[in-house]
Design a protein around this ligand. Structure first.
Ligand SMILES: Cc1cc2nc3c(=O)[nH]c(=O)nc-3n(C[C@H](O)[C@H](O)[C@H](O)COP(=O)(O)OP(=O)(O)OC[C@H]3O[C@@H](n4cnc5c(N)ncnc54)[C@H](O)[C@@H]3O)c2cc1C
Length: 455
Protein backbone atom coordinates (compact mmCIF):
# COMPACT_ATOMS: atom_id res chain seq x y z
CA UNK A 1 0.00 0.00 0.00
CA UNK A 2 1.48 3.32 -1.01
CA UNK A 3 1.26 6.53 0.98
CA UNK A 4 -0.63 9.51 -0.37
CA UNK A 5 1.53 12.19 -1.94
CA UNK A 6 0.47 14.57 0.82
CA UNK A 7 2.36 13.03 3.67
CA UNK A 8 2.23 16.12 5.80
CA UNK A 9 -0.91 15.41 7.79
CA UNK A 10 -0.66 18.46 10.02
CA UNK A 11 -3.95 20.33 9.90
CA UNK A 12 -5.44 18.08 7.25
CA UNK A 13 -9.06 17.02 7.71
CA UNK A 14 -10.30 13.86 6.01
CA UNK A 15 -14.03 13.44 5.56
CA UNK A 16 -15.16 9.88 4.85
CA UNK A 17 -18.30 9.86 2.71
CA UNK A 18 -19.61 12.51 0.31
CA UNK A 19 -23.28 12.41 1.25
CA UNK A 20 -25.33 15.24 2.72
CA UNK A 21 -23.43 15.45 6.01
CA UNK A 22 -19.99 14.75 4.52
CA UNK A 23 -20.20 17.43 1.82
CA UNK A 24 -21.43 19.99 4.34
CA UNK A 25 -18.67 19.00 6.81
CA UNK A 26 -15.95 19.14 4.14
CA UNK A 27 -17.10 22.51 2.82
CA UNK A 28 -17.31 24.04 6.26
CA UNK A 29 -13.92 22.70 7.40
CA UNK A 30 -12.33 24.16 4.26
CA UNK A 31 -14.19 27.43 4.72
CA UNK A 32 -12.63 27.60 8.19
CA UNK A 33 -9.22 27.34 6.55
CA UNK A 34 -8.35 23.65 6.80
CA UNK A 35 -6.89 21.51 4.05
CA UNK A 36 -9.69 19.03 3.37
CA UNK A 37 -9.75 15.70 1.56
CA UNK A 38 -13.19 14.19 0.94
CA UNK A 39 -13.15 10.47 0.18
CA UNK A 40 -16.18 8.87 -1.46
CA UNK A 41 -16.69 5.17 -2.09
CA UNK A 42 -18.95 5.40 -5.13
CA UNK A 43 -18.26 7.06 -8.45
CA UNK A 44 -20.36 10.12 -7.61
CA UNK A 45 -21.25 12.08 -4.46
CA UNK A 46 -24.74 12.57 -3.06
CA UNK A 47 -26.43 9.47 -4.47
CA UNK A 48 -28.85 9.21 -1.56
CA UNK A 49 -29.77 12.88 -1.83
CA UNK A 50 -30.68 12.23 -5.45
CA UNK A 51 -33.32 9.65 -4.48
CA UNK A 52 -34.55 11.56 -1.43
CA UNK A 53 -38.11 12.87 -1.33
CA UNK A 54 -38.94 10.88 -4.47
CA UNK A 55 -36.06 12.70 -6.19
CA UNK A 56 -37.49 16.08 -5.08
CA UNK A 57 -35.38 16.21 -1.87
CA UNK A 58 -37.34 17.29 1.17
CA UNK A 59 -34.37 19.07 2.70
CA UNK A 60 -35.85 20.45 5.91
CA UNK A 61 -39.12 21.42 7.59
CA UNK A 62 -40.73 24.68 8.68
CA UNK A 63 -41.87 23.37 12.09
CA UNK A 64 -40.68 25.30 15.17
CA UNK A 65 -37.60 23.97 16.93
CA UNK A 66 -39.42 22.34 19.86
CA UNK A 67 -41.65 20.41 17.47
CA UNK A 68 -38.65 19.63 15.25
CA UNK A 69 -36.69 18.08 18.13
CA UNK A 70 -39.62 15.78 19.02
CA UNK A 71 -39.33 14.18 15.58
CA UNK A 72 -36.08 12.46 16.59
CA UNK A 73 -37.64 10.64 19.55
CA UNK A 74 -35.64 10.22 22.74
CA UNK A 75 -32.31 11.26 21.13
CA UNK A 76 -33.56 14.58 19.78
CA UNK A 77 -32.03 16.66 22.56
CA UNK A 78 -28.54 15.62 21.39
CA UNK A 79 -29.13 17.83 18.34
CA UNK A 80 -29.94 21.00 20.26
CA UNK A 81 -26.39 22.39 20.13
CA UNK A 82 -25.96 21.55 16.46
CA UNK A 83 -29.28 23.24 15.70
CA UNK A 84 -28.24 26.26 17.74
CA UNK A 85 -25.16 26.49 15.59
CA UNK A 86 -26.75 25.78 12.22
CA UNK A 87 -30.45 25.35 11.60
CA UNK A 88 -33.08 25.65 8.93
CA UNK A 89 -32.74 29.37 8.17
CA UNK A 90 -28.97 29.00 7.76
CA UNK A 91 -29.53 26.05 5.45
CA UNK A 92 -32.10 27.90 3.36
CA UNK A 93 -29.82 30.93 3.05
CA UNK A 94 -26.97 28.59 2.06
CA UNK A 95 -29.00 26.98 -0.73
CA UNK A 96 -30.38 30.34 -1.88
CA UNK A 97 -26.81 31.61 -2.17
CA UNK A 98 -26.13 28.65 -4.43
CA UNK A 99 -29.20 29.32 -6.56
CA UNK A 100 -31.59 26.81 -4.96
CA UNK A 101 -34.84 28.58 -4.09
CA UNK A 102 -37.17 26.60 -1.87
CA UNK A 103 -40.90 26.22 -1.26
CA UNK A 104 -42.91 24.90 1.68
CA UNK A 105 -45.52 22.23 1.18
CA UNK A 106 -48.07 20.36 3.30
CA UNK A 107 -46.79 19.44 6.74
CA UNK A 108 -44.10 22.13 6.56
CA UNK A 109 -41.97 20.09 4.15
CA UNK A 110 -39.42 22.24 2.33
CA UNK A 111 -38.32 21.33 -1.21
CA UNK A 112 -36.35 23.05 -3.96
CA UNK A 113 -38.73 25.06 -6.17
CA UNK A 114 -37.35 23.06 -9.10
CA UNK A 115 -38.50 19.76 -7.49
CA UNK A 116 -35.09 18.44 -8.47
CA UNK A 117 -32.82 16.81 -5.89
CA UNK A 118 -30.01 17.18 -8.43
CA UNK A 119 -29.98 20.92 -7.72
CA UNK A 120 -29.23 20.22 -4.04
CA UNK A 121 -26.29 17.99 -4.95
CA UNK A 122 -25.02 20.52 -7.50
CA UNK A 123 -25.13 23.28 -4.87
CA UNK A 124 -23.14 21.18 -2.40
CA UNK A 125 -20.65 20.25 -5.12
CA UNK A 126 -20.13 23.92 -5.99
CA UNK A 127 -19.70 24.74 -2.30
CA UNK A 128 -16.95 22.17 -1.74
CA UNK A 129 -15.26 23.06 -4.99
CA UNK A 130 -15.27 26.80 -4.22
CA UNK A 131 -13.85 26.14 -0.76
CA UNK A 132 -11.02 24.11 -2.28
CA UNK A 133 -12.00 20.70 -0.92
CA UNK A 134 -10.12 17.92 -2.70
CA UNK A 135 -12.64 15.22 -3.66
CA UNK A 136 -11.54 11.67 -4.47
CA UNK A 137 -14.27 9.29 -5.55
CA UNK A 138 -14.26 5.51 -6.00
CA UNK A 139 -12.15 5.14 -2.86
CA UNK A 140 -13.47 2.94 -0.09
CA UNK A 141 -12.11 3.76 3.34
CA UNK A 142 -11.50 0.56 5.29
CA UNK A 143 -10.32 1.84 8.66
CA UNK A 144 -9.06 4.74 10.75
CA UNK A 145 -5.42 4.85 11.86
CA UNK A 146 -4.59 5.96 15.40
CA UNK A 147 -1.56 6.51 17.60
CA UNK A 148 -1.64 7.20 21.32
CA UNK A 149 -5.30 8.11 21.54
CA UNK A 150 -5.55 10.29 18.48
CA UNK A 151 -6.27 9.71 14.82
CA UNK A 152 -3.45 9.85 12.32
CA UNK A 153 -5.26 9.12 9.07
CA UNK A 154 -7.32 6.57 7.17
CA UNK A 155 -6.67 3.34 5.29
CA UNK A 156 -8.49 2.74 2.05
CA UNK A 157 -8.70 -0.02 -0.52
CA UNK A 158 -5.96 1.83 -2.42
CA UNK A 159 -3.87 4.13 -0.26
CA UNK A 160 -3.13 5.37 3.19
CA UNK A 161 -4.09 9.01 3.76
CA UNK A 162 -2.54 10.77 6.77
CA UNK A 163 -4.63 13.38 8.58
CA UNK A 164 -4.86 15.09 11.93
CA UNK A 165 -8.67 14.92 12.01
CA UNK A 166 -11.11 12.44 10.49
CA UNK A 167 -14.87 12.91 10.15
CA UNK A 168 -16.88 9.74 9.66
CA UNK A 169 -19.87 10.68 7.47
CA UNK A 170 -20.63 7.30 5.96
CA UNK A 171 -24.41 7.36 6.47
CA UNK A 172 -26.55 4.43 7.54
CA UNK A 173 -27.08 0.92 6.19
CA UNK A 174 -30.15 1.37 4.02
CA UNK A 175 -30.25 1.47 0.22
CA UNK A 176 -26.68 0.16 -0.08
CA UNK A 177 -26.73 0.92 -3.81
CA UNK A 178 -26.24 4.55 -2.82
CA UNK A 179 -22.95 3.64 -1.11
CA UNK A 180 -24.27 3.74 2.45
CA UNK A 181 -23.77 0.15 3.50
CA UNK A 182 -22.91 0.54 7.16
CA UNK A 183 -19.11 0.80 6.84
CA UNK A 184 -18.91 3.62 9.38
CA UNK A 185 -20.39 1.43 12.11
CA UNK A 186 -17.55 -1.09 11.70
CA UNK A 187 -14.96 1.69 11.66
CA UNK A 188 -16.39 3.17 14.86
CA UNK A 189 -16.56 -0.21 16.60
CA UNK A 190 -12.97 -0.99 15.64
CA UNK A 191 -12.02 2.21 17.46
CA UNK A 192 -13.85 1.17 20.63
CA UNK A 193 -17.06 3.12 20.00
CA UNK A 194 -20.33 1.45 20.90
CA UNK A 195 -22.89 1.11 18.14
CA UNK A 196 -26.45 0.84 19.47
CA UNK A 197 -28.94 -1.64 17.94
CA UNK A 198 -29.20 -1.06 14.20
CA UNK A 199 -32.70 -1.53 12.86
CA UNK A 200 -34.78 -0.31 9.97
CA UNK A 201 -36.97 2.77 10.43
CA UNK A 202 -39.51 4.23 8.01
CA UNK A 203 -39.97 0.78 6.56
CA UNK A 204 -42.99 -1.17 5.22
CA UNK A 205 -44.40 -3.92 7.46
CA UNK A 206 -45.12 -7.56 6.59
CA UNK A 207 -48.50 -9.00 7.74
CA UNK A 208 -49.04 -12.66 8.64
CA UNK A 209 -52.11 -12.91 6.40
CA UNK A 210 -50.32 -12.24 3.14
CA UNK A 211 -53.20 -13.60 1.04
CA UNK A 212 -55.60 -11.11 2.55
CA UNK A 213 -53.10 -8.26 2.20
CA UNK A 214 -52.47 -9.28 -1.40
CA UNK A 215 -56.19 -9.22 -2.15
CA UNK A 216 -56.16 -5.54 -1.09
CA UNK A 217 -52.88 -4.69 -2.83
CA UNK A 218 -52.73 -1.13 -4.13
CA UNK A 219 -55.62 0.15 -2.01
CA UNK A 220 -54.83 3.70 -0.94
CA UNK A 221 -56.56 4.41 2.36
CA UNK A 222 -57.06 8.08 3.13
CA UNK A 223 -58.20 9.59 6.41
CA UNK A 224 -57.94 6.32 8.30
CA UNK A 225 -56.66 5.77 11.84
CA UNK A 226 -53.91 3.18 12.11
CA UNK A 227 -53.27 1.89 15.64
CA UNK A 228 -50.58 -0.60 16.60
CA UNK A 229 -51.15 -2.84 19.62
CA UNK A 230 -48.74 -4.97 21.64
CA UNK A 231 -50.92 -8.12 21.37
CA UNK A 232 -52.18 -10.57 18.76
CA UNK A 233 -54.90 -9.26 16.42
CA UNK A 234 -57.61 -11.39 18.02
CA UNK A 235 -56.92 -9.80 21.43
CA UNK A 236 -57.27 -6.19 20.28
CA UNK A 237 -59.67 -4.24 22.49
CA UNK A 238 -60.98 -1.78 19.94
CA UNK A 239 -62.37 0.49 22.68
CA UNK A 240 -58.75 1.38 23.49
CA UNK A 241 -58.20 2.96 20.06
CA UNK A 242 -57.06 6.52 20.86
CA UNK A 243 -59.10 9.44 19.57
CA UNK A 244 -55.94 11.45 18.80
CA UNK A 245 -52.46 10.73 17.48
CA UNK A 246 -50.08 9.39 20.09
CA UNK A 247 -46.63 7.78 20.21
CA UNK A 248 -43.21 8.75 18.87
CA UNK A 249 -43.10 12.40 17.87
CA UNK A 250 -46.10 13.36 20.02
CA UNK A 251 -46.05 14.74 23.52
CA UNK A 252 -48.62 12.17 24.70
CA UNK A 253 -47.62 8.62 25.60
CA UNK A 254 -49.87 5.87 24.25
CA UNK A 255 -51.79 3.87 26.89
CA UNK A 256 -50.56 0.22 26.78
CA UNK A 257 -51.15 -2.04 24.95
CA UNK A 258 -51.40 0.73 22.34
CA UNK A 259 -47.96 1.33 20.81
CA UNK A 260 -48.74 4.21 18.50
CA UNK A 261 -51.76 5.62 16.66
CA UNK A 262 -51.96 8.00 13.70
CA UNK A 263 -54.62 9.45 11.45
CA UNK A 264 -53.74 9.86 7.79
CA UNK A 265 -52.96 8.00 4.61
CA UNK A 266 -51.58 4.50 4.12
CA UNK A 267 -51.37 1.79 1.47
CA UNK A 268 -52.10 -1.90 1.31
CA UNK A 269 -49.26 -3.80 -0.34
CA UNK A 270 -48.89 -7.37 -1.54
CA UNK A 271 -47.14 -8.30 1.71
CA UNK A 272 -48.79 -6.02 4.28
CA UNK A 273 -48.91 -2.30 4.91
CA UNK A 274 -46.94 0.74 3.75
CA UNK A 275 -47.50 4.41 2.94
CA UNK A 276 -47.10 7.53 5.08
CA UNK A 277 -48.61 6.75 8.51
CA UNK A 278 -47.51 3.12 8.38
CA UNK A 279 -43.90 4.18 7.67
CA UNK A 280 -44.01 6.71 10.49
CA UNK A 281 -45.19 4.06 12.95
CA UNK A 282 -42.79 1.38 11.77
CA UNK A 283 -39.94 2.01 14.21
CA UNK A 284 -42.28 1.74 17.21
CA UNK A 285 -43.59 -1.50 15.70
CA UNK A 286 -40.09 -2.85 14.98
CA UNK A 287 -39.09 -2.16 18.59
CA UNK A 288 -42.31 -3.65 19.95
CA UNK A 289 -41.76 -6.85 17.92
CA UNK A 290 -38.68 -7.42 20.09
CA UNK A 291 -40.96 -7.56 23.13
CA UNK A 292 -43.80 -9.74 21.77
CA UNK A 293 -46.62 -10.00 19.25
CA UNK A 294 -47.74 -6.84 17.45
CA UNK A 295 -50.92 -6.24 15.49
CA UNK A 296 -52.48 -3.27 13.78
CA UNK A 297 -56.07 -2.13 13.60
CA UNK A 298 -57.26 0.16 10.79
CA UNK A 299 -60.31 2.29 11.53
CA UNK A 300 -61.61 3.02 8.04
CA UNK A 301 -64.22 5.48 9.34
CA UNK A 302 -62.49 7.31 12.19
CA UNK A 303 -64.71 10.40 11.95
CA UNK A 304 -67.75 8.35 12.99
CA UNK A 305 -68.37 6.51 16.24
CA UNK A 306 -69.64 2.95 15.89
CA UNK A 307 -73.15 4.18 16.65
CA UNK A 308 -72.94 6.96 14.06
CA UNK A 309 -71.57 4.50 11.51
CA UNK A 310 -74.37 2.03 12.27
CA UNK A 311 -76.93 4.77 11.56
CA UNK A 312 -75.16 5.74 8.34
CA UNK A 313 -74.96 2.12 7.09
CA UNK A 314 -78.55 1.36 8.07
CA UNK A 315 -79.67 4.52 6.29
CA UNK A 316 -77.96 3.26 3.11
CA UNK A 317 -79.61 -0.16 3.54
CA UNK A 318 -83.05 1.52 3.93
CA UNK A 319 -82.63 4.05 1.12
CA UNK A 320 -81.20 1.64 -1.40
CA UNK A 321 -83.02 -1.46 -0.16
CA UNK A 322 -82.89 -3.22 -3.53
CA UNK A 323 -79.20 -2.53 -4.12
CA UNK A 324 -76.81 -5.45 -3.86
CA UNK A 325 -74.42 -5.69 -0.94
CA UNK A 326 -71.53 -5.17 -3.37
CA UNK A 327 -73.00 -1.85 -4.56
CA UNK A 328 -73.59 -0.74 -0.98
CA UNK A 329 -69.93 -1.50 -0.20
CA UNK A 330 -68.89 0.58 -3.21
CA UNK A 331 -70.37 3.59 -1.44
CA UNK A 332 -68.39 2.87 1.71
CA UNK A 333 -64.98 1.62 0.61
CA UNK A 334 -62.19 2.05 -1.95
CA UNK A 335 -62.77 -0.33 -4.88
CA UNK A 336 -59.86 -2.62 -3.97
CA UNK A 337 -61.38 -3.42 -0.57
CA UNK A 338 -64.81 -4.50 -1.86
CA UNK A 339 -64.05 -8.13 -2.72
CA UNK A 340 -61.98 -8.71 0.44
CA UNK A 341 -64.86 -7.26 2.52
CA UNK A 342 -67.36 -9.52 0.79
CA UNK A 343 -65.08 -12.45 1.63
CA UNK A 344 -64.45 -11.45 5.24
CA UNK A 345 -68.04 -10.54 6.15
CA UNK A 346 -69.30 -13.77 4.52
CA UNK A 347 -72.28 -11.93 3.03
CA UNK A 348 -73.30 -12.77 -0.53
CA UNK A 349 -72.29 -9.90 -2.85
CA UNK A 350 -75.68 -10.11 -4.61
CA UNK A 351 -77.79 -10.03 -1.47
CA UNK A 352 -80.19 -7.04 -1.59
CA UNK A 353 -79.64 -4.57 1.22
CA UNK A 354 -83.06 -5.14 2.78
CA UNK A 355 -82.18 -8.81 3.35
CA UNK A 356 -78.97 -8.09 5.24
CA UNK A 357 -79.51 -9.12 8.84
CA UNK A 358 -78.56 -7.10 11.91
CA UNK A 359 -75.85 -9.67 12.74
CA UNK A 360 -74.40 -9.31 9.23
CA UNK A 361 -74.48 -5.52 9.51
CA UNK A 362 -72.56 -5.75 12.80
CA UNK A 363 -69.92 -7.96 11.12
CA UNK A 364 -69.48 -5.22 8.51
CA UNK A 365 -69.23 -2.56 11.23
CA UNK A 366 -66.61 -4.65 13.09
CA UNK A 367 -64.41 -4.62 10.00
CA UNK A 368 -64.99 -0.99 9.06
CA UNK A 369 -63.94 0.09 12.56
CA UNK A 370 -61.13 -2.42 13.00
CA UNK A 371 -59.54 -4.12 10.00
CA UNK A 372 -56.78 -6.12 11.67
CA UNK A 373 -53.48 -7.69 10.78
CA UNK A 374 -50.82 -9.40 12.82
CA UNK A 375 -47.43 -7.92 11.95
CA UNK A 376 -44.64 -10.43 11.45
CA UNK A 377 -41.62 -8.26 10.69
CA UNK A 378 -40.44 -5.20 8.78
CA UNK A 379 -39.08 -5.49 5.24
CA UNK A 380 -35.26 -5.78 5.30
CA UNK A 381 -32.97 -2.94 6.35
CA UNK A 382 -31.87 -2.39 2.76
CA UNK A 383 -35.36 -1.13 1.86
CA UNK A 384 -35.82 1.23 4.82
CA UNK A 385 -35.58 5.00 4.42
CA UNK A 386 -33.37 5.42 7.45
CA UNK A 387 -31.32 3.38 9.93
CA UNK A 388 -32.28 3.59 13.60
CA UNK A 389 -29.42 3.06 16.04
CA UNK A 390 -25.81 3.96 15.32
CA UNK A 391 -22.74 5.37 17.03
CA UNK A 392 -23.74 5.83 20.66
CA UNK A 393 -24.39 9.47 21.48
CA UNK A 394 -22.96 8.96 24.95
CA UNK A 395 -19.51 8.82 23.37
CA UNK A 396 -19.91 11.88 21.12
CA UNK A 397 -19.74 15.47 22.37
CA UNK A 398 -22.91 17.25 21.19
CA UNK A 399 -21.08 20.60 21.25
CA UNK A 400 -18.51 19.47 18.68
CA UNK A 401 -19.57 16.08 17.21
CA UNK A 402 -16.14 14.95 18.44
CA UNK A 403 -15.44 11.48 19.82
CA UNK A 404 -15.08 11.32 23.58
CA UNK A 405 -12.72 8.36 23.12
CA UNK A 406 -10.27 9.50 20.47
CA UNK A 407 -8.84 12.91 19.78
CA UNK A 408 -9.30 14.15 16.21
CA UNK A 409 -12.24 11.86 15.43
CA UNK A 410 -15.68 13.27 14.55
CA UNK A 411 -19.03 11.86 13.41
CA UNK A 412 -21.95 13.39 11.54
CA UNK A 413 -25.16 12.36 9.82
CA UNK A 414 -26.97 9.06 9.89
CA UNK A 415 -23.99 7.08 11.22
CA UNK A 416 -24.90 8.61 14.59
CA UNK A 417 -27.71 7.10 16.67
CA UNK A 418 -30.13 9.65 15.22
CA UNK A 419 -33.16 9.06 13.04
CA UNK A 420 -36.40 10.92 12.53
CA UNK A 421 -39.79 10.86 10.93
CA UNK A 422 -40.24 11.74 7.28
CA UNK A 423 -40.58 15.47 6.65
CA UNK A 424 -37.01 16.70 6.02
CA UNK A 425 -35.74 16.05 9.54
CA UNK A 426 -33.12 13.44 8.61
CA UNK A 427 -31.45 15.71 6.09
CA UNK A 428 -31.54 18.73 8.42
CA UNK A 429 -29.81 16.61 11.08
CA UNK A 430 -27.21 15.52 8.52
CA UNK A 431 -26.54 19.11 7.41
CA UNK A 432 -26.44 20.54 10.96
CA UNK A 433 -24.18 17.83 12.42
CA UNK A 434 -22.01 17.99 9.28
CA UNK A 435 -21.60 21.74 9.59
CA UNK A 436 -20.64 21.45 13.23
CA UNK A 437 -18.26 18.53 12.73
CA UNK A 438 -16.52 20.36 9.86
CA UNK A 439 -16.15 23.54 11.82
CA UNK A 440 -14.77 21.80 14.89
CA UNK A 441 -12.51 19.38 13.00
CA UNK A 442 -10.91 22.31 11.16
CA UNK A 443 -9.02 23.06 14.34
CA UNK A 444 -9.64 26.77 13.75
CA UNK A 445 -12.57 26.89 16.04
CA UNK A 446 -14.14 28.96 18.27
CA UNK A 447 -17.14 27.23 19.77
CA UNK A 448 -19.94 29.70 19.05
CA UNK A 449 -22.96 28.07 20.52
CA UNK A 450 -24.69 30.99 22.08
CA UNK A 451 -26.36 32.15 18.86
CA UNK A 452 -30.14 31.81 19.07
CA UNK A 453 -31.93 29.52 16.66
CA UNK A 454 -34.21 31.26 14.19
CA UNK A 455 -37.18 28.97 14.44
C1 LIG B 1 -35.47 6.55 -0.53
C2 LIG B 1 -35.03 7.58 0.50
C3 LIG B 1 -35.65 8.81 0.53
C4 LIG B 1 -35.28 9.74 1.51
N1 LIG B 1 -35.89 10.96 1.48
C5 LIG B 1 -35.56 11.87 2.44
C6 LIG B 1 -36.12 13.18 2.41
O1 LIG B 1 -36.86 13.54 1.49
N2 LIG B 1 -35.80 14.02 3.44
C7 LIG B 1 -34.95 13.67 4.45
O2 LIG B 1 -34.71 14.47 5.35
N3 LIG B 1 -34.35 12.46 4.44
C8 LIG B 1 -34.62 11.57 3.46
N4 LIG B 1 -33.99 10.36 3.46
C9 LIG B 1 -32.94 10.09 4.47
C10 LIG B 1 -31.68 10.91 4.13
O3 LIG B 1 -31.44 10.81 2.74
C11 LIG B 1 -30.46 10.41 4.91
O4 LIG B 1 -30.76 10.37 6.28
C12 LIG B 1 -29.25 11.32 4.66
O5 LIG B 1 -28.90 11.29 3.29
C13 LIG B 1 -28.07 10.88 5.50
O6 LIG B 1 -26.97 11.65 5.15
P1 LIG B 1 -25.50 11.13 5.47
O7 LIG B 1 -24.56 12.16 4.97
O8 LIG B 1 -25.40 10.73 6.88
O9 LIG B 1 -25.36 9.79 4.64
P2 LIG B 1 -25.47 9.52 3.08
O10 LIG B 1 -26.20 10.63 2.40
O11 LIG B 1 -26.02 8.16 2.97
O12 LIG B 1 -23.96 9.57 2.58
C14 LIG B 1 -22.99 8.65 3.00
C15 LIG B 1 -21.89 8.63 1.97
O13 LIG B 1 -20.77 7.90 2.50
C16 LIG B 1 -20.24 7.10 1.47
N5 LIG B 1 -19.51 5.98 2.09
C17 LIG B 1 -20.02 4.97 2.81
N6 LIG B 1 -19.05 4.13 3.21
C18 LIG B 1 -17.89 4.64 2.73
C19 LIG B 1 -16.52 4.22 2.79
N7 LIG B 1 -16.17 3.09 3.42
N8 LIG B 1 -15.58 4.97 2.19
C20 LIG B 1 -15.93 6.13 1.52
N9 LIG B 1 -17.20 6.54 1.42
C21 LIG B 1 -18.17 5.82 2.02
C22 LIG B 1 -21.45 6.65 0.69
O14 LIG B 1 -21.11 6.20 -0.60
C23 LIG B 1 -22.29 7.91 0.69
O15 LIG B 1 -22.00 8.73 -0.41
C24 LIG B 1 -34.30 9.42 2.46
C25 LIG B 1 -33.65 8.18 2.40
C26 LIG B 1 -34.01 7.27 1.43
C27 LIG B 1 -33.30 5.94 1.37
Amino acid sequence: MKNSKHNDAAGRVIVVGAGASGMMAAGRAAEMGAEVLLLEKTERPGKKILISGKSRCNLTNSKPLEHFILMYGANGSFLRQAFHRYFREDLLVFFRDYGVETKTERGGRIFPVSDDAGDVVDALMRYISEQGVKLKHSISVTGIMTTEGRVTGVRSDREIFPASSVIIATGGATWPGTGSSGDGYHMAEALGHRVTGLRPALVPLVADNEDLAKSMQGASLRNVRLTAFQCPAEDIDVSLTPGADTGRGFSTRPPPPVIESRLGEMMMTHFGIGGPISLLMSLSVVDALERGPVSVSIDLKPALSREQLRLRVQRDFDRFSKRSYRRILAGLLPGKLIDPFVFMTKISPDKPAHQITAAERERLLDLLKSLRFNILRPLPMTTAIVTAGGVSLKEVDPRTMGSRLLSGLYFCGEVLDIDADTGGYNLQAAFSTGYMAGEQASGKNIIKLERKVKS
